[in-house]
Each structure stands twice: as C-alpha cells, then as structure tokens.
Design a protein around this ligand. Structure first.
Ligand code: ZN
Length: 193
C-alpha cells in the first residue's frame, strides 16, 4: 500500500483530460489508456507515484454542495449554441475537495460572456474547454464570465486535442500551430486548483 504522502500532487481534473503518457507512467485508478495516452476517468486530483511510475486520479468525496449566487465554479463546456453555452459544473472554488451532486447544467448566456459585444459564441467557447465562472442566478443556473479572472482556464486544440498555450491574446497549439480565440481568463494555464 502506498501512503498518500509519497505521492506527488497534480492538478484538479475532469473525466477525459490528459494526465500522462504511457512512456512516462502506468495507468492507476481513475485513469484509462486511449491511443497511448493516459486520460482521467474521474473528477478529482491527479496523484503521481514517481517510484512506481503510476499516475492516478483520486475522486472527490461525494458531498452535496448547494451553490449560491456569487460562487465561483469550475466546469466544462458541453455545448455551444448561438444564445449560450452549457457548462457541466464540476467544482466550487475554495471547495475543490467536494463534488457537486445533482446540479443542473450551468448556462452562460451570450450577454454574460464578456463586458463587450459577442458576435459569435463559437469564438469564445468550444466544447471540452474548462471554464471558471460566477453564479448569477441559481434558479436557472445562470453563469457569467464577464470578469478578467473568469473565462476559459484550459482549452484543447480543435484539430488535434493538444492543450493550447497562451500566446499574447490568442491560444496556440504547440503541435499543429493552429491559433484559436476564446474568452480567456487571466488565470489561463495556471492550473485550476
Ligand atoms: Zn493542434
């Protein structure tokens, strides 16, 4: 049995996120191999056992959490329509160790994306993006990203799914060099813990 102190702590991940490669690690609990890479199958914290070269994802303990107006949440974009984007809510800032159960999907209305006018929502969010947003209406689970620190904190290349890196005001794929736009948070790429 390995004790948790021996493990190196990684970031907070959602299912489907890349957590390592089979060249570096063996897949542990909460992970699966897809085409030579190791992906998370759980919502929780990445843990790395350097000695045994195992990467695993420790799921969050299931404790219901009720969202209130003003809470900052983390979630994944599941759908982008003309009028709004749907968000699968995964965690609350400051309460990352608690999973949210039975929370309906959040909605970022096109008017709540940024302070300025949004012409095309697909230029701001794409499915699989990880966003940080503030709850503005609990009844309808309305969210806003119209603050500098809110918006996309992690995004993947639409072409090859590699993690995009911030370059100036745009996001660039280090593999295929594709450039994409988003409503980018000032905390982009800083880890979402
Ligand atoms: Zn790419």
């Amino acid at each position: 049995m390995r004790s948790e102190e021996d493990l190196e702590k990684g970031g907070f991940v959602l299912p489907g996120e890349l957590v390592g490669t089979t060249e570096e690690f063996k897949p542990g609990d909460g992970t699966a191999i897809i085409a030579g890479d190791i992906y998370s199958t759980a919502t929780g914290s990445v843990l790395i056992d350097r000695k045994a070269r195992i990467v695993l994802v420790k799921p969050n303990t299931v404790t219901p959490n009720i969202l209130i107006v003003g809470d900052i949440i983390y979630g994944r974009i599941t759908d982008v329509r003309e009028s709004g984007a749907a968000v699968e809510i995964a965690g609350i800032e400051g309460k990352e160790n608690r999973e949210i159960v039975s929370v309906r999907p959040g909605d970022i209305h096109v008017s709540n994306v940024r302070d300025s006018y949004v012409k095309r929502l697909a230029d701001e969010f794409r499915p699989f993006d990880i966003v940080k947003a503030r709850v503005v209406d609990v009844e309808r689970m309305r969210l806003t990203t119209a603050e500098d620190s809110l918006g996309v904190v992690k995004a993947y290349c639409s072409n090859c799914r590699e993690k995009l890196v911030l370059e100036g005001k745009k996001l660039k794929c280090p593999v295929c060099n594709m450039t994409e736009t988003r409503k980018i948070s000032t905390e982009y790429g800083k880890g979402i813990m």
